[in-house]
Design a protein around this ligand. Sequence first.
Ligand code: FRU
Length: 495
Amino acid sequence: MTSQMLRDARKHEEMFGRNVTEAERPSFHLSAYVGWMNDPNGFCYYKGQYHMFYQYYPYEPKWGPMHWGHAVSSDLLHWEYAPAALAPDMPYDQDGCFSGNAAELPDGRLMLMYTGVRKEPQADGTMRDHQTQCLAIGDGINFDKYEGNPVIESNDLPEGFSRADFRDPKVWRLADGTYRCAAGNRPADGSGQILLFESPDGISWKYKKVLAENRCRFGLMWECPDFFPLDGRQVLLTSPQDILPQGFEYHNGNGTLCLIGDYDEETETFHEEFNQSVDYGIDFYAPQTVLTPDGRRVMIGWMQNWDTIEFRAPHGKWQGQMSLPRELSVRNGRLYQAPIRELLAMRENKVEHMDVSLQGEMNFPDIHGRKLDMEIEIRPAQDAELYQKFSIHFAANDMFHTTVSFRPRERVLKIDRKFSGSRRAIIHQRRSKLASGQDGRLRLRLILDRYSVEVFVNDGEQVMSATLYTPLTADQVIFGCDGAAVFDVVKYDLR
Ligand code: FRU
């Protein structure tokens, strides 16, 4: 049964969603249909299509009582909006349907598992969240909230585990047909932990154990876990709040942490070994992954930072976009990310300039635009001293530009959007230390989709993402070098 609240949301999005013209939103990155978007939710492949749901407040371009928006795609790049899937219309989720995930039930229906939020008055007169895990089951478009909700209550948790911070279930099915779920929580030490739950049928759930403990190492609360095997290892992704920087890692206050280790399936025990940031740019949080029918593990994150949400699209019709879908792999204990290969089919108008010598600045009349895929290979000029800095300015005109620059001596790659059109005194730049490059050799792939840039470094060893709300008339690309370098550039427009 569709509630009045959900019908209102659907009516609102029908009336206002179509007012957003094509140029006012990204072309192949999913953005809020209308109003506000945050985390990806319920990312799955169901009955021949990818489904992406998202944290959604359709009525204003800012966070509000959370609904779930919905879109479907056959290649994760061309999205079609579907009507909003959930509204906070029940007593147990009246303050929000927070993040969650999806899994198919044995009878073929799609089950959404999400966090229901209800604020409760405390003894001291303040209000505090009570967060529980709930289900909605349906045909992929319409979902009925399960009459037995919530299916995981905070009473089901051991003593001392938080009732207020217990959210973002990730659910998966084992080969034996039973289900598991991982959710974020806080133990008594106030930091974060990921809890594991089990279910014979996806409907009735039981607490199993602590899957991973923060022990105050990486921020405080751990949000939005994802947990999967990859290339013979096990990966836990989670997005810590309030994280302190460590060297060049974890600079975003709220960012995404990747723990790589091994999983003992018998005892369901995760042994972590390596840790790293997932994105070294400004905007990336709360990713989810999907397993494609041909076995690729693909991740999409919310391309936004909670600390810089005042940096907005000027028209105010939508706020919030997802990252590119990224194919993941693990090599030598590190997470690698590559733009999903389906993007190659969108390439056109190839332009190639090889062995270009550069001292000072230059541009090419055939390289410009705001929907671009550019591969750039940089090396020092022969018999010259190692260059100081190589820069690529894009989304540029006389007034605006955003820059990616590399200093080989320090091995530091920097993204700077100070002049992208922002009128806010917020963080606009991020620096990342590369694993290699002190010899001045660097490979970059830059992808622009009107209002964002994603930089894949050295075949995806690192990625830097940032949103840019620069007017689309700023579409020049300028290369610059302090010192002497040689580079190749291959550019494609993206259809
Ligand atoms: C992460 C998050 C989640 C929560 C949701 C609320 O960005 O805070 O933990 O479920 O957003 O919108």
